[in-house]
Design a protein. Structure first.
Lengths: 284, 284, 284, 284
């Protein structure tokens, strides 16, 4: 796989944006592999994702942000440039459920995600054997009523020491503190086992069972300080009927959770997600 | 089409229920066409839908409820028996949107629903031409801030005079009063343009647009006194993305609304729905 | 709605394509509303759809093809430019089934498709009343064993006289001759009532019923000389079970056919479809 | 979990079938947990699945077939009775792909299937480590051009010795000989990576890619002597677009294959599938 540069950019809409950006790439001998743009006609905001080959590109990746910044400034843009040569360093947080971790580690092992997983953090020892099987260090930080803040500090220290950029909550059953969340804005991906905004909070399958819905869902979103209110990355659903017990809902839900979380990780790690306010643009 | 009897019954679970009910039918020379039962293992409640041919059946339909009642009493059942020979007399309530009315009248015209539609009620004159095209009387009861109660009384009088058993709210934009709703318990079907319980109340597409969900839905349910909280009959969803404007959501939603409402009318009019508390059993 | 130009273009992949095309638009004061491109990495073919506002654009639409052609030639492109100011003149062909025609005419009447429907052609008189209701001229060309060629000549003369660019076969039950098809390459849209390539040819629901599939489908595609083998524009499916009779399959299928055909018309009439060999690129 | 008896029965339709069967259960103090029947109105064939508690049932399971047979004979039935106390002894056949085996073993390990897996058979050593992880004996029978018949004999001997009733082909890349297939009629479950009957045989993803379909599928079916023509148990689909490479199809297909195969195993092992000719009745 050759190295590819990915630009994610958003700015006020104006004439010539695609021309300017593509000209920047072309004039430096870049070959565009994928370009995806969106204009929000209401808010008049332009957003773009462009990927181009770094091979034969005149500017080394290390100089790219510096070189691009004058154009970016002239159009009033928020932007980030990534190289596929730099894998996203990602930590997974889990508690006791294994299905999401299984799924992620299996896909990771066959190379589906362009990420590195240097460590797994858990508040329980339950999933240590699964982590061992894939040879990934597993760190246990038990959370009790009053040690949360201290433990989070330790976790943050570990994450920093390991240069972790992104976090996946793979059915991690603790609520992260605002302090923690603020360190990783739009970098923490959660899977919630309902079709948000329906059934926020605890026991969504039980809520769904009691309400008698005919469809259940799962939602993967970025974690913000407000519980289950962060920008949604991916959602999917499964049909249920009166025949399904609460246990059946959980079982069908497990399959949803695994797939929706995997899809979100895919989008996020391939730099296909741009967050604007409470919403995401997913350049598929 | 030959006449068929349909029994919908629910009672505390106990041994021998299927044997007793099927023996009742068999001993009277009935041939079962379709039998569908469900045991709620938690609440220990038995529910059944049985359909059998009335041809060669020993008991005329008019005597059937009387004859069946002693068995029903002995097992402590709530039950109803219907004949497909008696079409459900159904009124449709509309406001200005035509898509749901279009859909229902077209399906009605090709015989998809075992119902009769003797009248349409609206608070606007907008859809009169559509009603005319299908030759169905269209009654206008404009609703203003302070005449709702009077108008509802007139509507009820008309419904009673026309022997209406069931009501379909095909995007009727008025909230029926509790007094009205209580006259037709589990007999009024509504289509709500969201995936309930998400986005209750007004402007669900706008709510969905603002929240940035990746899937929209529609829900058909029985109307109860609590807004958008009645037992759900059918739900479906459509995928959306950041490219969809609010207008696109409404357009995609129209297709959902039409199909979900049609499905609910199908289930209801074929006597496939049994309401238990806040939930439905749909014997598909 | 303001006038928008839409360019559909395909050419061998090479550096600078987006830059050149967007620069052409920008230098003439065009504002890009939507840009969607695709590079086929295997065949090294670049494809693009760009839409920009004609308001304030320096070149009148009538001169646009002429002005653009030198750039197009220099990159070896196949291309077409459309103006949303020119509605696609479209004829609908039907036989006896009304569901697809109903659907198209209703969506047409509420402005969902940027097309004009100056006429409907049928080999039966059955749907004349439906055409009348929407005020669209309905021409009957009965087809017998030996008059097909003559009738097609008359149809073609009528289509030419009416300046028809595109044809929708809305469950038209005759096979068009190769001579006819060649006059409208990638301009005739058909709806086939199966999940192609499964169940080509006659009676696909019966074939599906006999095979015992658990899912049925519908496929909308461009008509080519080879029956049911043209480039696919849209497909969708519905779940079925052993409970569904052949009649149920047809009923569920009708809903699929309507929606899939409508989706294909939407894509095609908004100039979102680019045909490459046996496949389509649908720029959604 | 208490022991439950499951009767699967099919016979010519006639009056009193449900009455007779349910009376048999009731008169022996059985409590019906689940009853599901179907009448094919065209062929006039009755099919039923009944499950009842063995606790308090008058007849021990070992005597049940003998006791039931006189009723069964009197109605001309084909039938089988199973006890949930006897887990289905199941062998898995694999080649090199791990995704289906991963999925089955994980679900098996959390108790989702009422089966026992005493052994895995493969023509390659590739998946030995995965089998080891779950502690399941892994037997390698390499297949070359001319040893197939001999190797199949050895496999059959091993299966017989291990009392294997059912076989799952989890992307096993060899075609079983008719002789082998005949030993396990309607007992061998395969997963084919297409939406059958489309794309039978080799390389279905490539076939789908070349044809330009907009949806791919997976099909789980019983193996018969005719390749990819056996009775279908479960199917599902995923949407694709022109953006998806052949590699993407395979990746999306993997997720489908896993879920569809798991669903088929669920239906089959819970004795919910009744085969009639080329079709299945799945009593969900």
């Amino acid at each position: 796989m050759e190295t590819v540069a990915v630009l994610l950019l958003t700015c006020p809409d104006q004439k010539g944006l695609v021309a300017k950006i593509s000209q920047f790439i072309y004039s430096n001998e870049g070959n565009i592999l994928d370009l995806n743009e969106h204009v929000d006609p209401e808010e008049e905001i332009f957003s773009i994702r462009v990927a181009w080959e770094m091979k034969h590109f005149n500017i080394p990746f290390s100089d790219l942000p510096g070189t691009f910044s004058s154009l970016a400034t002239s159009i009033g843009a928020n932007w980030e440039i990534y190289s596929t040569g730099q894998k996203m360093r990602t930590a997974i947080f889990v508690s006791k459920y294994d299905h999401c971790l299984q799924e992620i580690l299996w896909r990771y092992s066959i190379g589906e995600f362009p990420i590195e997983i240097p460590l797994i953090i858990s508040n329980h020892e339950t999933l240590q054997p699964l982590a061992d099987r894939y040879g990934i260090p597993y760190h246990i930080f038990p959370i009790t009523g009053d040690n949360k803040s201290t433990q989070e500090q330790k976790e943050l220290a570990l994450l920093e020491q390991q240069n972790i950029d992104n976090i996946i909550l793979a059915r991690y059953m603790q609520i992260l503190s605002p302090m923690f969340v603020q360190k990783y804005p739009n970098k923490i991906i959660n899977i919630h086992h309902s079709f948000l905004p329906a059934f926020r909070g605890a026991n969504p399958y039980k809520q769904a069972y009691i309400r008698g819905v005919k469809i259940i869902g799962a939602t993967s979103h970025y974690v913000t300080e407000e519980l289950d209110e962060g920008p949604i990355i991916a959602q999917d659903i499964a049909r249920i009927s009166h025949k399904d017990s609460l246990e059946d809902l959980k079982q069908k839900g497990r399959d949803l959770e695994r797939l929706v979380l995997a899809r979100a990780i895919n989008h996020h790690s391939n730099r296909r997600v741009l967050v604007r306010g409470r919403k995401t643009i997913v350049f598929e």
